[in-house]
Design a protein around this ligand. Structure first.
Ligand code: AMP
Ligand code: MG
Length: 408
């Protein structure tokens, strides 16, 4: 049996970053940048006013105060989106609005609140230094500066930054196509009433959603019955996939055909990992297409996808971070026995007085689908002897990208 690390390494060795494609920036939410985005211009591109007020020469404000106002001649106006054609001379002020380019000759803006309108001019009630209320070119971003590095995932903030610098269209890594096959005579698809002895299929919806969240594009292959021919022909259809995920048919039962087919047709890499849930895990190649044979039990399928499938997708995306963030937590609730297999327990995290407390989400059997709901983390119980108890410090993988815990 392989350790989790060995298995992961062997799986990931079969993947590489996919080619890039160019897409319109507004469609790039959640995509991974394929190359460094570098500023081709300054931001702001030109000196502009941070206030509504008056553009002037700071030297003209010397000595101005409420008690001793100074009077300047009003020479014109410049709203945002216009350029003042002319020069601000000594003794002159130009009315300026927020975002408007600073006129030539001016070196500061006196905000409106520190002025009074006077006959034919403006009364200054305060002094200002050079640069006051002026946004300098490049003060936000300098030309040549790295905006967002290759491998970063684009969120709303990154889209705003790239838009502000005119990075559009944007080069992102192609989304991996991930084929999803469920196997089992007992499985009834969504929308069909299960016959006697059948159950409702739930791994495909889980995996399709998890693939999307990971940045991939799901490719449904449906349900194969427990017959070699059915599984084989569905797998054949997906030769162009970047990854095939199957679930079921990898343990030691008579009908465990996925393993057998991978063994015959391709190249089976391993099939048991020191892991709970999810010990029976197959990995192989069908031609050049990697196949990850996940166990059929819904929780095992979810956990093994998380540990092996998701990082493979992230690797194909060229993502900087393949792994989920790991946090230190304090265990609450039941005692847990360590075993010779690494255990991953569904848990809910709460922040209590600044400490993250992890509570397992009920029964941990690999068929308990309800325990996946509400789990915000996978608690890691490393291999070993003895027990871990309430109050012990453990590590956990954060499952959600946002709001992984609540406050208590
Ligand atoms: P297997 O790995 O094929 O032996 O399946 C292990 C357990 O998982 C059995 O109880 C199956 O009925 C169940 N199972 C397998 N595939 C699915 C699926 N797609 N959805 C829900 N349960 C499944
Ligand atoms: Mg089965």
């Amino acid at each position: 049996m392989l350790s989790v690390e060995e298995a992961r390494e062997r799986v990931l060795a079969h993947f590489q970053r996919l080619p890039a494609e160019e897409i319109p920036l507004p469609q790039a939410l959640g995509r991974v940048l394929a190359e460094d985005a570098v500023a081709g211009e300054n931001l702001p591109a030109f000196a502009n006013s941070a206030m509504d007020g008056y553009a002037l020469r700071s030297a003209d404000t010397l000595g101005a105060s409420v008690a001793t106002p100074r009077l300047l001649r009003l020479a014109g106006e410049v709203p945002a989106g216009r350029v003042y054609d002319g020069m601000v001379r000594a003794g002159e002020a130009v009315r300026i609005l927020t975002g408007a380019p600073l006129p030539d000759g001016a070196d500061a803006v006196l905000q409106q609140e520190l002025t009074e309108v006077a006959d034919g001019g403006v009364r200054l009630l305060a002094e200002v230094a050079t640069g006051t209320s002026v946004r300098a070119p490049g003060e936000d971003v300098r030309v040549g500066q790295l905006l967002v590095p290759a491998g970063a995932e684009l969120g709303p903030a990154e889209l705003a930054l790239l838009a502000a610098l005119g990075v559009h269209p944007v080069r992102v890594t192609r989304r991996p196509r991930v084929a999803i096959l469920s196997t089992g005579d007992e499985l009834a698809p969504l929308g069909q009433t299960p016959g006697p002895g059948q159950i409702r299929e739930s791994n495909a919806p889980y995996l399709a959603a998890a693939v999307i969240r990971a940045g991939g594009e799901p490719w449904p292959l449906g349900i194969a019955r427990d017959r070699a021919e059915d599984i084989r022909s569905r797998l054949e259809q997906a030769r162009d996939a970047n990854l095939i995920l199957s679930s079921g048919g990898v343990s030691v039962g008579d009908y465990d055909l996925v393993k057998q087919i991978l063994g015959e047709q391709g190249n089976i890499e391993f099939w048991r990992v020191r892991l709970r849930p999810g010990k029976p895990l197959a990995f192989g190649l069908l031609g050049a297409t990697p196949v990850l044979g996940l166990p059929g039990n819904p929780v095992s399928a979810a956990v093994t996808f998380e540990l092996f499938g998701r990082p493979a997708i992230r690797l194909m995306l060229g993502a900087r971070q393949l792994e989920r963030p790991v946090v230190e937590v304090v265990l609450e609730g039941q005692e847990i026995e360590r075993t010779d297999r690494r255990q991953f327990m569904r848990a809910r995290l709460a922040s209590r007085h600044g400490v993250l407390v992890a509570t397992p989400t009920g029964a941990q059997g690999s068929h308990i689908i309800s325990s996946l709901h509400g789990a915000t983390a996978l608690l890691i119980i490393y291999e070993g002897e003895g027990v871990v108890r309430a109050g012990d410090h453990l590590t956990a993988l954060l499952l959600n990208d946002a709001l992984p815990w609540g406050n208590e």
